[in-house]
Write a protein that binds this ligand. Structure first.
Ligand SMILES: [Zn+2]
Length: 185
């Protein structure tokens, strides 16, 4: 597939275009290419199975570049809206997942130790890499384990009261409080 962005870095493709699935990230980094576009829900199978629904396409922009020490880097942002379960009322709550990432390309896992602390390793053994899968990984990393509606939008308020009551009990029984009392005597 010929992706027009590769030919003219100054011509940024429409953000409504699909991102290319298979890319040569080493070449893109050497050329300093910016990729912007969308990933369709169908190309995000692991995200789809982790949430109630993916609402709309994922949008991403990834700048491929060489950093000051000539490492090949991919810096990106991705965002997507998903429906997840509110743990207070068990209805769907729509949240936006926003990922910010900086990846250093390496040829094998042996090189992970050489990846600078401000980057995550991106192991690309053969020249070609699956861009959708990498973006999906980054979005899954920012998916919260538990989710809630904002208090005013949520119908499940009993749970909050129970937690508050439990919290008070816990303070009374805390061993630190017992220690404090002992010290004061
Ligand atoms: Zn709720």
């Amino acid at each position: 597939m010929v992706f027009p962005l590769l030919c003219a870095p100054n011509l940024v493709a429409s953000k409504n275009m699909s991102l290319p699935a298979q890319i040569d990230p080493y070449k893109l980094a050497l050329q300093g290419i910016l990729l912007e576009g969308q990933v369709a829900v169908n190309d995000l199978p692991r995200l789809s199975s982790s949430v109630m629904a993916v609402s709309g396409s994922l949008k991403a922009s990834i700048q491929f570049e060489l950093d000051e020490s000539r490492q090949r880097i991919a810096r990106g942002k991705a965002s997507v809206c998903v429906d997840v379960v509110c743990q207070r009322c068990l209805d769907a709550v729509n949240i936006e997942l926003k990922a910010d990432f900086a990846l250093q390309l390496i040829y094998s896992e042996d090189q992970i130790a050489n990846v600078a602390a401000n980057y995550e390793p991106w192991v690309v053994v053969d020249r070609m890499a699956d861009l959708n899968s990498v973006i999906e990984d980054e979005v899954l990393l920012v998916l919260p384990i538990v989710n809630y509606h904002r208090a005013e939008d949520c119908t499940g308020d009993t749970f909050v009261e129970k937690v508050a009551a439990k919290g008070e009990e816990a303070v009374v029984d805390s061993p630190f409080n017992v220690l404090k009392q002992l010290k004061q005597q």
